[in-house]
Design a protein. Structure first.
Length: 286
């Protein structure tokens, strides 16, 4: 017989999962993906992270579709409408009695409605942050540009990009200040804080200061890439930085502290241009 703690754990997991299972079952299907070119993700109510969208995937109510660069998704909705989602777009679809709502947060979509398949009184609405369009049988295009807003799929407004670059420049200035300070009074300050037996060179402290500055700049670029749904690029940059750190550490001469200082400075410095270039290559909002 299983111990009592085992039954408690299983019961607790079932209770925690019940709301998610219930919401997954309650979400009705509103369409199906009939065309997929490029990359797109879907964030479902019952999932904790966006999932890659695939051909013939079902689209459920309140699913959040996010398309990447040079990507197109077509969703057939009950045989009566086709929604073509262009690149760098974010939208959700909901259904009520006699009404289907496409909520376009950003980007561009084309909607084609077959009037002969619509029931009496049935409408399809497209909601944007500034307008609502209702239609019962036509083809129309809606585009939303939101300057300064956080959007996914690789779309980077110019104002956001400039803000990120200003933050990185400010951090670079802080790094220079740190390096100058530790080079001038670092060893003396370390001994004053930790005791006279703690001896560390100015070069090691200066290299650690360079590493701290580069680390802060890399973290800023990484957060911006994550906000653009480019987590893979951010992860790749950190992996390359880690490999460089380990390689430099094992080939550097000197004391263990010098090895760490050199490896930290070189590894983080390599990540700055990698992630910075990836961020600058993201297109501005159109």
């Amino acid at each position: 017989m299983k111990p009592s703690w085992y039954r408690v754990v299983v019961a607790g997991m079932a209770v925690l999962m019940f709301p998610f299972l219930g919401s997954a079952q309650a979400a009705p299907e509103v369409g199906v993906v009939t065309t997929l070119q490029g990359e797109a993700t879907v964030a479902r109510v019952a999932s904790t992270a966006p999932l890659p969208l695939k051909f013939r995937d079902s689209i459920f109510e309140k699913d959040r579709i996010n398309t990447g660069e040079k990507s197109i998704v077509k969703v057939l909705m009950g045989g009566r409408a086709i929604v073509t989602v262009r690149e760098l777009s974010v939208l959700t679809i909901t259904e009520e009695v006699g009404r289907t709502v496409v909520n376009l947060e950003s980007g561009k979509i084309a909607v084609g409605v077959a009037k002969q398949r619509m029931k009496p009184g049935e409408t399809l609405e497209v909601h944007t942050p500034n307008a609502v369009a209702a239609v019962r049988g036509t083809v129309f295009v809606v585009e939303v540009t939101r300057q300064g807003a956080q959007v996914g799929g690789g779309n980077l407004p110019g104002t956001v990009r400039r803000a990120v670059l200003r933050a990185a420049a400010g951090l670079a200035g802080c790094a220079v200040l740190i390096v100058v300070t530790v080079s001038l009074v670092g060893p003396e300050a370390m001994q004053a804080v930790y005791g006279s037996e703690y001896v560390v060179g100015r070069l090691e402290l200066a290299l650690l200061g360079v590493g701290v500055g580069c680390y802060l700049a890399t973290s800023t670029f990484s957060q911006a890439l994550l906000a653009l749904d480019r987590g893979r690029i951010a992860a790749a940059g950190w992996i390359v930085s880690s490999v460089i750190f380990l390689g430099v550490y094992f080939v550097s001469p000197g004391s263990p502290l010098m090895q760490v200082a050199v490896a930290f400075a070189v590894g983080t410095a390599a990540a700055v241009p990698l992630l910075g270039v990836a961020l600058l290559r993201r297109k501005e909002s159109r």
